[in-house]
Design a protein around this ligand. Structure first.
Ligand code: NAP
Length: 304
């Protein structure tokens, strides 16, 4: 099969399209023909050696995929050959085939394309953990979402609004109207205004930006408020002093995936692909994601 791999940390020129054997599904795993892979910021952070996790070279990047089940490992009972599925694989998804445990995938909603479904893992799933499963947002709570147009933020806005929260988003000038169109009550253009001078008494902040944005966020939270942080490690001592609960969302369960798929089937969730690239153009795809700006997810088309 064709797969993107790298054999050392580095910039985009370490990414190569190579011919390697098709993986075999282990017990409890399915073999998936990948149709599209989501390009997550963590993929290029790992490639650059910036992510604190052990790596075994060569690496096939990517965790998010949408595709079709083409093989079943021993004991698999939930899936049949030919079913379209989406989810997460830890074996690399920038490849024609990958494998995944049968429990961490879900049926692809028929109403969306594989490219759209490839934006869900690490996008909608992270937003769901942040706002619903772990953030536990309640109706009428005030929620601030930093990076509201991004691959996680655009889903978080919709989930929080769906619960009945008051939703405030931050985005660059080009994305203000877009975030409003997702249902946000208020959108702050971070290039023109300082959010901490406009917003206060926030129950939950989802920070997808980190750095200086995180440092300026403490003052907008209510005492006892929740900070869901997915971009950098917040100083825990500071959180304790301010009486803020810090939440670092975990990996989605199959229940989370199913709940997201149901919202899509019901026509209640908008998806946005920032740009899609052929697998062979993976270097451009990473360069695009590395800008840290845009609306929605960068996607690789693995099979047209
Ligand atoms: N722990 C986890 O489970 C997890 C999962 C997914 C992602 N993450 C991390 O979360 C971060 C965001 O991921 P993503 O997939 O949403 O990234 P993304 O798709 O690249 O989106 C980033 C967004 O941030 C916005 N932005 C940039 N600077 C900003 C600022 N100063 N204030 C407000 N918005 C700003 C950009 O909007 P403009 O174009 O308008 O500037 C863009 O829409 C990354 O660091 C990623 O690694 C963690």
């Amino acid at each position: 099969m064709q797969a993107v791999r790298y054999h050392e940390f580095g910039e985009v020129d370490v990414l190569h399209l190579e011919h390697i054997p098709v993986p075999q599904p282990q017990a409890g795993e399915v073999l998936i023909r990948v149709y599209a892979a989501g390009v997550l910021p963590v993929d290029w952070k790992i490639r650059r050696g910036l992510f604190p996790m052990p790596v075994q070279f060569p690496v096939i990047p990517g965790t998010a995929f949408s595709g079709v089940v083409v093989g079943l490992g021993e004991g698999v009972s939930k899936w049949q050959i030919g079913e379209s599925v989406f989810g997460r694989s830890t074996k690399g998804t920038y490849a024609e085939y990958t494998t995944a445990p049968e429990d961490v995938i879900a049926r692809k909603p028929a109403s969306i394309t594989h490219e759209e479904a490839a934006t869900l893992s690490g996008g909608a799933t992270t937003a769901w953990r942040a706002i619903v499963s772990e953030g536990n947002v309640q109706p009428r709570e005030r929620v601030l979402i930093h990076g509201a147009a991004g691959g996680v933020g655009l889903f978080a806005v919709q989930f929080a609004k769906g619960i009945g929260a008051e939703v405030i988003g931050t985005a660059g000038t080009a994305n203000v109207a877009y975030v409003k169109s997702l249902g946000a009550d208020q959108v702050i253009d971070y290039t023109a205004e300082r959010f901490e001078e406009i917003v206060r008494d926030v129950d939950l902040v989802l920070d997808t930006v980190g750095g200086e944005t995180l440092a300026r966020t403490w003052s907008v939270l209510k005492p006892g408020g929740r900070l869901v942080s997915i971009a950098g490690q917040p100083p825990m001592e500071k959180a304790k002093q301010a009486g803020i609960q810090v939440i670092r969302p975990g990996v989605a369960t199959s229940g989370d995936l199913k709940a997201i798929a149901e919202l899509i089937e019901a026509g209640k969730l908008t998806i946005n692909i920032e740009m899609s690239f052929a697998l062979a153009d993976v270097r451009q795809a990473h360069e695009k994601s590395q800008t840290g700006h845009g609306r929605g997810r960068v996607v690789l088309r693995v099979r047209d």
